[in-house]
Design a protein around this ligand. Structure first.
Ligand SMILES: [Cu+2]
Length: 149
């Protein structure tokens, strides 16, 4: 009987959790993180984000990184420069691409190397027009390059 009650409790919490969380309006695709070389303490993750509503990406966290920054790359006098962005706008129904050579998520102070074939968890915090925050958890595959399966 005790076991049955435990199961029931589990079912109830699952139900409560799904009832509290409205479906996230953001669709993430083509997400991947680049495998790191030995000794490398920073990594990069890429993805395409499409939101059904106007949202802003305001923060990213990962359990394997000390911090995660939103970066933008640009060429200046033939030198690649990285700029930090405070936030990233996701206009409704537009695909925002984070890809090599452009915007990316920079994983700083890696606690472990990113190995191809593994996955890395990213917690994205999005904000809507009213200032309400929405979490989005992604499990991103680690690859050597974008084309690797
Ligand atoms: Cu960067």
């Amino acid at each position: 009987m005790k076991r049955l009650l435990c199961m029931l409790g589990l079912l109830l919490t699952t139900f409560a959790a799904s009832a509290e969380q409205p479906p996230n309006p953001v669709e993430a695709s083509h997400a991947w993180a680049r495998a790191t070389a030995p000794g490398q303490t920073v990594g990069a993750a890429y993805m395409q984000l499409k939101s059904a509503a106007d949202l802003t990406l305001v923060a990213v966290e990962s359990p394997i990184a000390g911090s995660v920054a939103i970066h933008h790359m640009s060429m200046k006098n033939n030198v690649m420069e990285m700029h930090m962005m405070d936030s990233l706008e996701l206009p409704a129904n537009q695909t925002v691409k984070l890809e090599p050579g452009g915007m990316h998520l920079m994983l700083m102070d890696l606690k472990q190397p990113l190995k191809a074939g593994e996955t890395v968890s990213l917690m994205l915090t999005l904000k809507d027009k009213s200032g309400k925050t929405l979490p989005l958890k992604l499990d991103v595959p680690v690859k050597r390059n974008a084309d690797q399966d």
